[in-house]
Design a protein around this ligand. Structure first.
Ligand code: IMP
Ligand code: MG
Length: 178
């Protein structure tokens, strides 16, 4: 399928399944090289990262822990209003190598919220692995250690990423055309 329609929007194929798997292969090799011998905890940021994480983690050859976490907004008492809360983080992260697995880094707000929760837990180090990065939209200075694909600031869907809840089941990644 080279193009698809979700609601009234049209999307065209950007990365097919083979390209995605090749990028994940490469990232898996890098992680195996870099992190072998460390106490690694992968933090999978749901929902979008579920396919990427499942494919990447199957390539990891060392013993590791995996936690599935989700950011939820709630009304905080601070004057900044909405605060993000992390749910599902049951692992102890102290002295561990934490690897955050993201489907896509856009503004970086999600990453920032995660760092604010993870850093006080005193991990030895925090690495970031993302399948997709929109460099022009990224507003923070956290180093993105592992990147599958760099893309322009366009909206994409598929392979875990959704448009209004749909499209996560697509094998490829599609970009909004009209
Ligand atoms: P950020 O917080 O702005 O970096 O955005 C990160 C989150 O926004 C991702 O984890 C996605 O859930 C969502 N997102 C950003 N860009 C896209 C896109 O192009 N398609 C689908 N979801 C996106
Ligand atoms: Mg996400």
């Amino acid at each position: 399928m080279d193009s698809i329609k979700i609601h009234d929007s049209k999307f065209s194929l950007l990365f097919g399944s083979e390209k995605i798997q090749a990028a994940i292969d490469e990232m898996g090799k890098q992680l195996n090289n870099d992190l072998e011998g460390k106490e690694v905890v992968f933090l999978v940021i749901l929902n979008g990262s579920f396919l990427f994480a499942a494919d990447l983690i199957r390539r990891i050859k060392f013993h590791c822990r995996i936690s599935f976490i989700k950011l939820a907004s709630y009304e905080g008492t601070s004057n900044s209003g909405k605060i993000k809360k992390l749910i599902g983080l049951n692992e102890m992260l102290e002295d561990k190598t934490v690897v955050i697995l993201e489907d896509i880094v856009d503004s970086g707000n999600t990453l920032d919220s995660i760092f604010k929760v993870v850093q006080p837990m005193k991990p030895a180090e925090v690495k970031i692995a993302t399948l997709l990065l929109k460099p022009e939209a990224y507003e923070y200075s956290y180093k993105i250690d592992y990147v599958g694909f760099r893309i322009s600031s366009q909206f994409v869907v598929g392979y875990g990423l959704d448009y209004d809840g749909f499209g996560r089941n697509l094998n490829g990644i599609y970009v909004l055309t009209e």
